[in-house]
Ligand binder design. Structure first.
Ligand code: C2E
Ligand code: MG
Ligand code: MG
Length: 690
């Protein structure tokens, strides 16, 4: 059992071809032995039946004519014996014949070439009796031995014994029997020769068969190995570009990190995402999309500086850079990669701009583990995407996507469908006459388990996904519906909605907004979109183009949270804006902080020079309001007037401010918020959802 186990394990370690060779050798040898044996038996049988025929010929043709019933009963005369002697010693007969005995029916030898046997009467053997009864047994091989029936043949060597009944009348009982012994030696020599030839032929045949089998198996096994290698390659490469895919990339990162850590080398991972690739696919077709992907692959390989380039997703590529060990070097490489993509791509004569975002992480600086390194580059890429920035480096601040946040993100789609995103509205007030001219729509998530969630709990999260598009449209849709509803009650207001950087990357947004305006029958002039400086700067050209399209429609554009980003005045002057909203961090303490007051003053100057309306955010007190009014700020927003409120709660306040007892419209475009009213509104406002 143990031996069998050991043999099995040894065989198991051999190559497939060798296993087949070895295992087929055993049945081959067995087959050879069996075939050899069968052929040998047939050979001997054939020899014996040949001997029987020879014996019969000798008996019937040579000897029997000299016999008759009479001399058989009484014995042969000397002359007859001499005649027979002549016949049986003829060279043609004598060569084979070793002994002949002619028996009569009384068990007496009447003739033998060994004259000493003539006239002897012996105890008949079974074979003799069978032959005398007319049923001789077949020829057989005998080795004569003393004290046996063949005692008289001792010394003649191995013999073939044949009994031939002697009949003088056809069909009658035998009158005697020929007992003929043929010498086996020449036959044995011929048989041995035949056996050798057969064995040789068999061995050669089987060896050839085995060799052919070995070759076939060897070739099949090589083909299998080649196919396995091809499958391995296919499973690790992208069919379209021929680049390594995510699986191979991750394996290579693991290898490179291991090597780098052993030898103290450097590794950085850059993840690259094409922007608006689906738009290319949708507008120009899949074939063009494929061409773009191939061209990008070529360009990345051209500028990769020895890095491994992989395609790790639909429009996502990755670079494994073995010689880049610092963030600065990785940033430089990212710059070169992006520069390589800058030249427009020519597709059927059309020049196409391909834009990309890069997220990067460096081994040692950002991660020590290959999987974490890739994951962190991915986080940086998500950041670049959501902020529309060309390159982002990993930083621990990006790690906030913990489980509860991810869970929340997973619920966004169904929340949109279930209408869980609701709007609160905060009035925008003209600071000179305290008229409400509009409201800002601020989204909240009425979460079934977590209650009312403020935007800072989910906006940044959703901004990292394409769901920010549907969310913006949902907000605009609700806001316009509300504006139309208020207008029906005689409350005519502007509404401002907030857009994220990613919304500006959607070239269809102006069309979608136009359709919503049409649906709710609201004039474009009644809608304002608010964009933060950084959102507008994420992709300046594209952002500006989109805002210009909105402006052409008549939609207002406000620069939100002004002062918190680092956009230059020069850049701001190029934005097609209509409004500048000073961030509340400069406003709330303006009465006591000279620095804030100076900043607000110069901002107001700037806005005036650019022809923009200035809105101060975060007005919480009368003093602040007075300061702002003194500086010439036109508009304001803040808890002093009202916190953001659901439409049902804001409507009575608006109705009162518009001086509407019922549903009637008072002439004029706005309603007046007296100081008392303002306080009363603010006082009655709900606690902010935070
Ligand atoms: P934001 O556009 O600057 O909105 C003004 C924020 O300031 C609101 O916070 C509002 O509640 C708060 N605020 C107003 N007056 C005062 C005040 O007197 N004092 C103080 N301390 N705060 C005041 P909220 O509603 O939590 O919104 C936060 C931010 O979330 C918004 O800032 C905006 O950037 C974003 N957001 C809100 N709704 C949307 C939306 O529909 N889409 C997008 N993309 N972002 C939104
Ligand atoms: Mg805003
Ligand atoms: Mg703001």
């Amino acid at each position: 059992m143990r031996l069998l186990g050991r043999v099995r394990s040894v065989i198991g370690r051999l190559s497939l071809t060798r296993q087949v060779a070895l295992l087929s050798l055993l049945p081959m040898i067995a087959l050879g032995l069996i075939l050899g044996r069968v052929l040998q038996t047939q050979l001997v049988d054939r020899t014996l039946s040949d001997a029987t025929r020879s014996a019969r010929i000798i008996a019937r043709v040579g000897v029997q004519p000299e016999l008759n019933p009479r001399n058989l009963a009484t014995g042969l005369s000397k002359t007859e014996i001499a005649t027979l002697d002549r016949i049986v010693t003829q060279p043609a007969v004598g060569r084979e014949l070793a002994r002949i005995k002619v028996w009569n029916a009384h068990d007496t030898v009447v003739y033998s070439e060994s004259h000493a046997l003539i006239g002897r009467r012996l105890q008949p053997s079974d074979d003799l009796e069978a032959a005398l009864s007319g049923h001789p047994l077949g020829a057989q091989l005998v080795d004569p031995r003393k004290h046996s029936e063949t005692a008289s043949e001792v010394g003649l060597g191995e013999l073939i014994e044949v009994y031939v009944p002697l009949r003088f009348k056809a069909g009658g009982a035998p009158a005697g029997v020929f007992e003929i012994y043929l010498s086996y030696r020449p036959v044995a020599a011929a048989v041995a020769g035949d056996k050798r030839t057969i064995a040789l032929l068999l061995a050669i045949g089987l060896a050839l068969l085995w060799a052919v089998l070995y070759r076939i198996v060897g070739r099949a096994s090589r083909r299998l190995r080649r196919q396995a290698a091809e499958n391995y390659e296919l499973a690790r490469h992208d069919g379209l570009t021929g680049l390594p895919n995510r699986t191979l990339f991750n394996e290579e990162v693991a290898r490179a990190v291991g090597r780098a850590q052993r030898r103290g080398e450097a590794v950085a991972v850059l993840l690259i995402d094409l922007e608006r690739f689906s738009a290319i696919n949708n507008t120009l077709g899949d074939a063009s999309g494929d061409e773009v992907l191939r061209e990008v692959a070529r360009r990345l390989q051209g500028g990769a500086d020895g890095a491994l380039v992989a395609r790790v997703g639909g429009d996502e590529y990755a670079l494994l850079c073995p010689n880049v060990g610092t963030t600065d070097a990785a940033l430089a490489l990212a710059g070169r990669v992006l520069a390589g993509l800058e030249t427009p791509l020519l597709l059927e004569g059309v020049a196409l701009d391909v834009e990309a975002s890069v997220g990067l992480a460096v081994l040692g600086e950002h991660a020590d583990d290959p999987a974490v390194l890739v994951q962190r580059a991915d986080l940086a890429l998500a950041r670049a995407r959501s902020h529309g920035s060309p390159v982002e480096v990993y930083s621990p601040g990006l790690e906030r996507s913990d489980a509860p946040r991810l869970k929340l993100l997973g619920q966004v789609r169904s929340a949109l469908a279930a209408g869980e995103f609701v709007l609160h509205y905060q009035p925008k007030v003209d600071l000179q006459d305290r008229r409400i001219t509009g409201v800002e729509a601020l989204v909240r998530w009425q979460h079934p388990e977590l209650g009312l969630l403020a935007p800072d709990r989910f906006i940044e999260l959703i901004e990292q996904t394409s769901l920010i598009g549907p969310l913006a449209l949902d907000v605009i849709d609700q806001a316009l519906r509300q504006i139309a509803a208020w207008r029906r009650r005689g409350i005519v207001l502007e509404v401002a909605v907030n857009l994220s950087a990613r919304n500006l990357a959607d070239p269809d947004l102006p069309d979608r907004i136009a359709r919503l305006l049409l649906t709710h029958d609201v004039a474009a002039e009644q809608l304002v979109v608010e964009i933060t400086e950084s959102a507008a700067m994420a992709d300046p050209d594209r952002g500006v183009r989109l805002l210009e399209a909105l402006r052409r429609m008549g939609v207002g554009v406000a620069i939100d949270d002004f002062g918190t980003g680092n956009a230059s005045f020069e850049y701001i002057s190029e934005l097609p804006a209509t409004e500048l909203k000073i961030d509340r961090s400069f406003v709330t303490e303006i009465a006591t902080r000279a620095r804030d007051r100076a900043i607000v003053r110069s901002t107001i100057d700037l806005a005036r020079n650019l022809g923009l309306t200035v809105v101060a955010e975060g007005i919480e007190s009368e003093e602040t309001l007075e300061c702002l009014a003194a500086e010439g700020c036109q508009m304001g927003q803040g808890f002093l007037f009202a916190r953001p409120l659901p439409a049902e709660e804001l409507t009575p306040l608006l109705a009162a401010a518009f001086g509407l007892g019922g549903a009637e419209l008072r002439s004029g475009s706005g309603a007046v918020f007296g100081p008392g009213e303002a306080r009363s509104v603010a006082g009655r406002a709900a606690a902010p959802a935070r």
